[in-house]
Design a protein around this ligand. Structure first.
Ligand code: PLP
Length: 424
């Protein structure tokens, strides 16, 4: 083992450090595997119930009328996430697009959007119009309010109660912390928040940005009252195989409005050719529970390893996880770059590339990203990124296999050690 790792550039000292950390993680990893087993059964049951067959894998072109594979896939998603309906489409370009569709389809001029969990993910600032942007919700007369979390990371129930008005139409709850330094929320916590909001205003719609959360727990936010859950297929539910796409699962009414917004009023879910990507979407969804389990093991391993080296990690090494993201505060731009170099060097694709920060569309600060992925930008594949700003945290996620995630983390530590930023 030492030899093969050395061939990959991992010194015996780094490997030993990793092995010591792993000895303490057996029980944690077993718990992760049990969740994966449960979720695998859930996906399989949905596929069997809807009689997935070879006929579902055919490619359609043009309008895509009567695309059986597309329609069955949407039923499989809806059933797995226990919702009335689902929109699962390659025409949804990414997670931000899925969220923008869900919001703009279900908010009308004069409505107010509320985020009771603080500032949403960077790219949503322009969707909402927090940062002025052409075609934002603000331009169409949708107002926005947010209530931050309490200093201890809990929901500010009094603050939320105070801002829910007759105009509050939709409440957006982001499950994962994104690039923020708050904790990610458990499905149970999200359920409590939804129940609280609906008690104050029973007809308010609750949408959960489910990015990076799918299959981390046995339940999803749609099991605890969310009217819509929304995510990207190049994150968890695509299982690493989906080459593109996004999903919106929820009530029949919300989802059909989303379909009209995505295509056109009157057309809705009836159009949208699948262009041959359906086999990857089915197979990816089938693999997703185990892929997510591998990614979770990588996140836990990274947390324990870096915590042991004296870095602040979010979540902490022993904390429960609600998404696949692991933040490590490296304290300097140099540290971020070394960490990302390691992740890049461990990749199966583009391992010789050196990540450099750039001004990504939709983000305010330069962002450094490391990913040697089969699907460009896929962050269910091993990847690390972060905006270059204090406290200089990298957000690490993914890994199609646990062993690859492990190598990436060892490689990141190796690069930090080589740069003299840590002592082993
Ligand atoms: C990734 C992500 C998004 C945006 O998804 P893209 O596919 O990058 O557009 C939104 N919210 C959260 C919490 C995310 O992690």
């Amino acid at each position: 083992m030492e030899e093969i790792y050395q061939e990959l550039g991992i010194s015996p000292a780094v490997l030993r450090r990793g092995e010591t950390v792993l000895e303490g993680l057996k029980e944690r990893f077993e718990a992760v595997d049990r969740v994966a087993e449960y979720n695998q059964a859930k996906v399989l049951a949905a596929m069997q119930k809807h009689r997935v067959s070879a006929a579902c894998f055919a490619a359609t072109t043009g309008y895509g009328y009567g695309d059986v594979g597309r329609d069955v896939l949407e039923k499989v998603y809806a059933d797995t996430f226990h919702t009335e309906a689902a929109l699962v489409r390659p025409q949804i370009a990414c997670g931000t697009h899925a969220l923008a569709v869900a919001l703009s389809a279900n908010l009308r001029p004069g409505d107010e959007l509320l985020s009771p969990v603080g500032r949403p993910y960077d790219t949503l600032e322009e969707v909402i119009g927090i940062r002025p942007s052409p075609c934002s919700l603000a331009e169409y007369g949708v107002t926005y309010r947010e209530v931050g979390l309490k200093p201890d990371g809990r929901f500010d129930y009094d603050g939320i109660r105070a801002v829910i008005t007759p105009n509050t139409r939709l409440i957006t709850i982001q499950r994962s912390k994104g690039y923020a330094e708050r904790p990610s929320f458990s499905v149970a916590q999200i359920g409590e928040l939804i129940a609280f909001c609906k008690e104050i205003k029973p007809d308010v719609l609750c949408m959960v940005d489910n990015c990076y959360g799918e299959f981390v727990e046995r339940m999803e936010p749609s099991d605890v009252g969310a009217d819509m859950i929304v995510g990207s297929l190049i994150k968890n539910p695509g299982g690493g195989l989906a080459p593109i796409g996004g999903y919106i699962c929820g009530t029949g009414e919300c989802v059909s409005r989303c379909a009209y917004r995505l295509s056109a009023p009157g057309l809705g879910q009836e159009v949208g050719a699948s262009l041959g990507v359906l086999p990857a979407l089915y197979q990816g969804f089938f693999l997703a529970p185990t892929v997510v389990a591998g990614a979770l093991k990588g996140a836990i391993f990274a947390a324990k390893l870096y915590e042991g080296m004296g870095f602040r990690v979010i979540p902490g090494g022993d904390e429960e996880r609600h998404d696949i993201i692991q933040a490590v505060e490296l304290g300097s731009e140099k540290g971020m770059l070394a960490f990302c170099e390691g992740i890049q060097a461990a990749a199966p694709v583009d391992s010789a590339a050196v990540p450099v920060p750039w001004d990504m569309p939709g983000y305010e600060d330069p962002v450094v990203m490391a990913a040697g992925a089969f699907v460009q930008g896929s962050s269910i594949e091993l990847s690390a990124d972060g905006p270059i700003r204090p406290p200089y945290a990298v957000f690490f996620q993914g890994g199609l296999t646990w062993y690859h995630a492990k190598l990436g983390i060892l490689q990141s530590l190796q690069k930090l050690a080589d740069a003299g930023l840590v002592k082993l």
